[in-house]
Design a protein. Structure first.
Ligand SMILES: O=C(O)c1ccccc1N[C@@H]1O[C@H](COP(=O)(O)O)[C@@H](O)[C@H]1O
Length: 213
């Protein structure tokens, strides 16, 4: 089984961006969602984007964002991918893909086998389906460090590119890849010392563990 692609999400500082690049992650995620402790203000995005050039692809994470917000972030961070993490519809995803000419990833919240089955609605509308843990009502729709029961993915027959998120960290990512065969793994809280505070050592450990899986 080839090593999974790796995305480190919620990067907000040049120092951690350098750690992500040094650890040879494939994707870095910038969160454009004001309620998140990992929110990147638009004014900070150009400098972060410039640092990534030629090293890592830039994924912009949005939660039910409007057109203006997404267009500004695409320009400021020179995004390569749009990740939708809210209640966007397949039609909205397809519209954004056409408008920006960028791949669109959609997070699908999972707590049951039915949630995995519902991911079929996204096949064809997006470029990658990201299975993530369903979070409690009233909390952030992701970035909570919560894992779901990975065995639920046994019902997913991989009819589309997909990835695994939710509570992944250096200690469990190898097991997650072994059990699910995920072609892409995505983490945020699992490489932090506190919400929104990334740890360069944990970033390196996560990438090494994912690659060794
Ligand atoms: O990171 C956030 O703050 C965030 C906010 C709103 C939606 C999604 C968010 N993060 C994404 O959630 C998954 C799982 O994160 P974790 O590893 O469990 O912390 C991942 O894709 C994050 O990028």
């Amino acid at each position: 089984m080839p090593a999974p692609a790796i995305k480190i999400c919620g990067v907000t500082t040049p120092a951690i961006l350098d750690a992500v690049i040094a650890a040879r992650a494939d994707h870095v995620g910038f969160v454009f969602f004001a309620k998140s402790p990992r929110h990147v203000p638009l004014r900070d995005a150009p400098a972060l984007a410039a640092r990534t050039e030629g090293h890592v692809s830039r994924v912009g994470l949005f939660v039910d964002a409007d057109d203006a917000m997404i267009a500004e972030a695409v320009a400021a961070a020179r995004l390569d991918v749009l990740q939708l993490h809210g209640e966007e519809s397949p039609e909205r995803a397809a519209q954004l893909r056409a408008r920006h000419g960028l791949p669109v990833w959609k997070a699908v919240p999972v707590a049951s086998a039915a949630d995995v089955a519902r991911a079929a609605a996204w096949v064809g509308a997006v470029d990658l389906i990201l299975f993530d843990a369903k979070t409690p009502k009233g909390t952030l729709p992701g970035g909570m460090g919560l894992a779901f029961d990975w065995s639920l993915l046994a019902g997913w027959k991989a009819r589309a590119p997909w990835g695994l998120a939710g509570g992944l960290n250096p200690a469990n990512v190898a097991e997650a890849v072994r059990l699910t065969g995920a072609p892409l793994v995505d983490t945020s809280s699992g490489v932090e010392s506190a919400p929104g505070v990334k740890d360069a050592g944990l970033v390196a450990a996560f990438c090494a563990a994912a690659r060794a899986a």
